[in-house]
Design a protein around this ligand. Structure first.
Ligand SMILES: Nc1ncnc2c1ncn2[C@@H]1O[C@H](COP(=O)(O)OP(=O)(O)O)[C@@H](O)[C@H]1O
Ligand SMILES: [Mg+2]
Length: 280
């Protein structure tokens, strides 16, 4: 039954033919073709399905994230504080001039948190494109986020901030500007403030080198490089010392509205800083 007879020959013949067909170069090519053809279709289909799935899911994820981030997205107001335990480092000068530059296009509130009211004294005699409020109460400062009608709030702080006021200002800030002069004593104080007070609270900050004699820019640039090398975030722009800055406070104007020697240089420093604050 298992050998001989026409059926067996026919079986062998069929198998032989099949083998010959399958292993002939033509059929091999055909197999290879099939091997690629079908999986390719399947792969294509799989990718289409995965693609649609991913698209639907990413769209879904985006909608979820949108809703999760909605409060943060709607919360566009930014609070920028200017802090340094030392006086005379251009905190008020920086606060007023940056508020004036931001105030050209956005709604800005300058909060004068210095009991000496320097920023209030400066601005109440001139014409400035922002609102000013004098507020030194830490409890009120902590609630600054509830102020909804401004794009930017700048906080000018006093030297020797008490811990309570410092905590209130930093806790409410999105970004801290730490102005300092380049002299070693000033730098030591600024770095201490950065390391011990600002950084541990997790708020972004940048050191700002101020009141630099334009004839000693080399020294300031070396200091700036050393700071950046040490991982201390530092503005690329250095504020040069010009008499124009001293005079603006007397006239009650920001540097943008002042006219006098070196006004454009003095103004351009603060414009570049404002640009760095916005664009990094
Ligand atoms: N870039 C500058 N060039 C020259 N004088 C400046 C500059 N920045 C600030 N000043 C002057 O330095 C003094 C201290 O500045 P101020 O902004 O009041 O410092 P702070 O608020 O840190 O005490 C002021 O007389 C001010 O006019
Ligand atoms: Mg001041």
């Amino acid at each position: 039954m298992l050998s001989g007879g026409p059926d067996e020959r026919s079986f062998e013949h069929t198998v032989g033919e099949k083998c010959a067909q399958e292993w002939s170069p033509r059929s091999e090519t055909a197999n290879i073709y099939r091997f690629w053809q079908y999986p390719l279709q399947e792969v294509f289909q799989s990718f289409t399905i995965i693609g649609l799935y991913a698209y639907q899911h990413s769209a879904f994820m985006h909608i979820c994230l949108l809703f999760l981030n909605l409060p943060a997205m709607l919360e566009t107001m930014k609070i920028i504080s200017i802090i340094n335990g030392k006086g005379g480092v251009a905190k008020t000068t920086s606060a007023v001039n940056l508020a004036a530059i931001f105030g050209e296009k956005q709604k800005v509130l300058l909060v004068d948190a210095d009991p000496q009211s320097s920023a209030s004294w400066w601005t109440e005699r001139g014409d400035v494109p922002f609102d000013v409020v004098h507020e030194t109460n830490p409890t009120v400062l902590r609630k600054l986020r509830n102020v909804k009608s401004y794009d930017i709030v700048m906080i000018d702080t006093p030297p020797n901030l008490g811990t309570v006021l410092l905590d209130a200002v930093i806790s409410v800030s999105d970004f801290v500007i730490l102005p300092t002069q380049v002299a070693p004593m000033d730098m030591t104080m600024a770095l201490k403030t950065a390391r011990e007070i600002i950084a541990p609270r997790g708020v972004s900050y940048n050191v700002l080198l101020t009141r630099v004699d334009p004839r000693s820019m080399g020294e300031a640039i070396a200091t700036q490089k050393a700071l950046i090398g040490a991982g201390i975030p530092t503005f690329k722009t250095i504020v040069r010392a010009y008499k124009a800055h001293e005079r603006t406070a007397l006239t009650g104007m920001p540097i943008t509205k002042y006219s006098g020697p070196y006004q454009s240089e003095a103004e351009s420093d603060y414009r570049r800083i404002a640009d760095e604050v916005i664009h990094g």
